[in-house]
Design a protein around this ligand. Structure first.
Ligand code: IVH
Length: 694
């Protein structure tokens, strides 16, 4: 399988994971920490970048929002940013894997150029895996402790930190003035194990445990946990005399009674030595009494930090190195085939449970049958399992030396394992073509009710499964026909919950055409495509009429979305001929038409919501490309506003692009725009076009 396809598959998996964890978080039952969630999002963004995914096609996720109800929230005086990462998965412009050493060299080169020097000292520190904390000291006394939150605002956890007894309440040598110190709260492994042994229901891992403990409303007993903090930075000061280098700052902090990693810090001016230290530390980290998830390489001279600046995401004075993910061997017990919402058959490895990177893994996706065939994974094999981004379990390799004689190659099923319909292949995937397949029906309805589709309040996966199994619901319109009394007798329901679900269903009727289209799980129609189709066709009737004409090969219809002249833009942004064929054939199928009729029948709005589009003359019909970090707007927000004004947003620049909106660190798109003579504007000019400024 090509690298691109592999990246696409991983992106799809990450999308599902992120949605799942967002839902769990919203439901008040998060299963992973914010830091682990951030890892998923980071990896997602990295792949989206690598695949050149248009901002509008990306998930709108806000990493690390850890606000907890009941905690006071305050704004950080200086935002708590993330770090840029060296990534084992990065590729160069030719698509070749880019070794970490090359990535680090490029980073050093940019810093040398910006500082106009030949060399500069760096220090390398371990990156402790805990939760970031900001501590404000006034005249040497701890006044406030705050979590990172979303980076701009965090929750006040002063009482909790004070109670730990391991973080200085009073800095040694006192001192006047104000100072904000940043560090990482973490749970030493031995302390964690000791504390966990006293619990009936053990905590999953030290990081999760630490995050949960520090968000206990009542701090009583926190002194028994053994949670500590490491300090790595002074964010700002007022009236305090600080040393000029990072190394001396760590010493300065140590002198005041704060824990720092001085003994673990390495100082050098050589990028090779810095990388070597990181690589060697992988062995050393296993001997430490705390988890670290990487290393941080920082310029030692604090005097240049302001000059180097930052993007909205990371400062330019430091970069993180991540250790390669842990790999463990285990036995492949079986290969199951699951059926997705659009009928895709996915092989899943059933594993002898194995502990990898902090959790027990017993299932891992095998992605698709081509990949399975390439790796030649067989039931009974010893396989190596790792977690991509330390989260999603993957079977990376088979230990062929340990293969038992007679182990059989796994053959992709030629019929759907659930309904027995003959399977069909499309590119590298195999599908069950039967829309009535019970697994598909269930997955589609789960998707229809989900937050990003119809967002039916109260209709979670468990309830969907029940209405399918017990009330015979088969199609989205059936959902709206369920009576309160029928809902009330289902497991874990009752009159009140049933009424709430019914209210949720009524509210969902008004979501508009884009959400309905996304909810129907039509192949190649995700959130963005659904929005673009809805924006263009305005009503389901117009869309279905068009689909019929397209299928009948009406030239006008085909020409509208896929013009023969490649210099002309199709009516629907991002809709290529191949997906158009698939989408309009599916829309024209009797089963799909029937669903639309059913939805109309129960009163679901099948037109674009008037509030979603307010065309603005300077923007309507124009093609925009966003690049770099905009000063105030997130890319997703900028995309939303451009689209709402009738404009289009695409990921790559061509002669057809009308405007490139460039922010900080615009990268190669800026140069390309210049060479093509495309107009480059900044955020302020975009807002002016949108009519949002005077
Ligand atoms: S420097 C801009 N140094 O890692 C942030 N961070 O992505 C600069 N961390 O949440 C941070 N050990 O809390 C720095 N030695 C270290 C660190 C460290 C852990 C955490 C930090 C932040 C994340 C950075």
């Amino acid at each position: 399988m090509g690298e691109r396809v592999r990246a696409e598959v991983e992106l799809e998996q990450l999308t599902q994971q992120i949605r799942y964890h967002e839902a769990a978080y919203r439901a008040g039952a998060p299963e992973i920490t914010d830091a682990a969630f951030d890892d998923l999002v980071d990896r997602y963004q990295e792949l989206a970048e690598q695949l050149g995914l248009d901002a509008s096609e990306r998930l709108d996720v806000q990493p690390g929002q850890d606000h907890t109800a009941g905690f006071e929230t305050v704004e950080h005086r200086v935002p708590m940013l993330s770090l840029e990462k060296l990534s084992p998965n990065r590729r160069d412009s030719g698509g070749e894997p880019m070794p970490l050493s090359d990535q680090l060299s490029a980073w050093f080169r940019r810093r040398r150029k910006e500082l106009e020097v030949d060399e500069f000292p760096v220090i390398v520190e371990p990156k402790v895996d805990g939760i970031s904390v900001s501590l404000l000291y006034t005249d040497g006394m701890l006044r406030r402790a705050v979590t990172r939150g979303d980076g701009r605002k965090g929750d006040v956890i002063t009482k909790q930190v004070e109670r730990l007894g391991t973080v200085p309440i009073k800095l040694k040598r006192g001192g006047e003035g104000e100072i904000e110190i940043r560090g990482e709260l973490y749970w030493p492994l031995t302390e964690f194990a000791r504390f966990n042994a006293t619990l009936d229901k053990p905590l999953i891992n030290p990081r999760n445990g630490c995050a949960g403990m520090m968000k206990r409303k009542d701090p009583a007993g926190l002194e028994e946990t053994g949670i500590r903090a490491f300090f790595y930075q002074v964010a700002w000061d007022h009236g305090v005399k600080l040393p000029p280098t990072q190394c001396d700052t760590l010493q300065w902090l140590a002198d005041r009674g704060a824990d720092v990693y001085l003994s673990e810090v390495f100082q050098t001016a050589s990028e090779e030595d810095a990388l070597q230290y990181c690589e060697d530390y992988d062995a050393r980290r296993r001997t430490l009494d705390y988890d670290i998830d990487g290393m941080v390489i920082k310029l030692d001279d604090l005097g240049v930090y302001a000059r180097l600046g930052a993007t909205g995401h990371h400062p330019h004075w430091g970069i993180a190195y991540k250790f390669p993910p842990e790999r463990k061997p285990t036995q492949l017990l079986d290969i199951e085939v699951s059926v997705g919402k659009s009928g895709k058959l996915t092989p899943v490895a059933i594993l002898e449970p194995v502990f990898v990177s902090g959790t027990t893994v017993s299932r891992a996706s095998l992605h698709n049958f081509v990949e399975l065939e390439r790796k030649d994974v067989r039931v009974g094999d010893t396989v190596l399992v790792e977690k991509a981004g330390e989260i999603i379990p993957q079977v990376v390799e088979v230990d062929k030396g340990k293969r038992k004689r007679g182990a059989k190659r796994f053959v992709a099923p030629d019929v759907c394992p659930t309904c027995g319909t003959e399977a069909v292949s499309e590119e590298i995937f195999v599908y069950c073509p039967n829309p009535a397949c019970p697994d598909q029906v269930r997955e589609r309805l789960r998707h229809f009710a989900s937050r990003r589709a119809m967002d039916i309040d109260g209709m979670g996966e468990v309830l969907v499964d029940q209405v399918v199994d017990k009330l015979g619901v088969r199609s989205p319109d059936d959902l709206f026909r369920i009576e309160v009394d029928a809902l009330a007798v289902l497991d874990r329901m009752g009159q009140k919950s049933a009424e709430r679900v019914k209210t949720g269903l009524e509210a969902a009727k008004e979501r508009g055409l884009a959400r309905v289209l996304n909810g129907l799980a039509i192949r190649h129609v995700g959130e963005t495509m659904a929005e673009d189709l809805a924006a263009y066709f305005k009503t389901a009737d117009a869309l279905l009429d068009f689909a019929a004409r397209y299928v009948a090969e009406d030239e006008d219809a085909v020409e509208t979305v896929a013009p023969a002249k490649s210099s002309e833009r199709g009516a629907v942004e991002g809709l290529a001929r191949k997906s158009a064929d698939s989408i309009f054939h599916e829309l024209d199928a009797p089963a799909v038409r029937k669903v639309f009729m059913g939805l109309a029948d129960v009163g679901v709005t099948l037109s674009v919501r008037a509030a979603d589009v307010h065309e603005v003359a300077d923007v309507a019909g124009k093609a925009f490309v966003l690049t770099g970090t905009l000063p105030t707007l997130k890319r997703t927000e900028a995309t939303k506003r451009i689209k709402a004004a009738g404009g289009k947003v695409s990921g790559s620049i061509s002669k057809k692009t009308d405007y490139v909106v460039a922010g900080d660190d615009p990268g190669s798109k800026h140069d390309k725009a210049q060479s093509l003579g495309v107009e480059i504007i900044d955020e302020a000019a975009l807002l002016a076009l949108l009519g949002e400024v005077e």
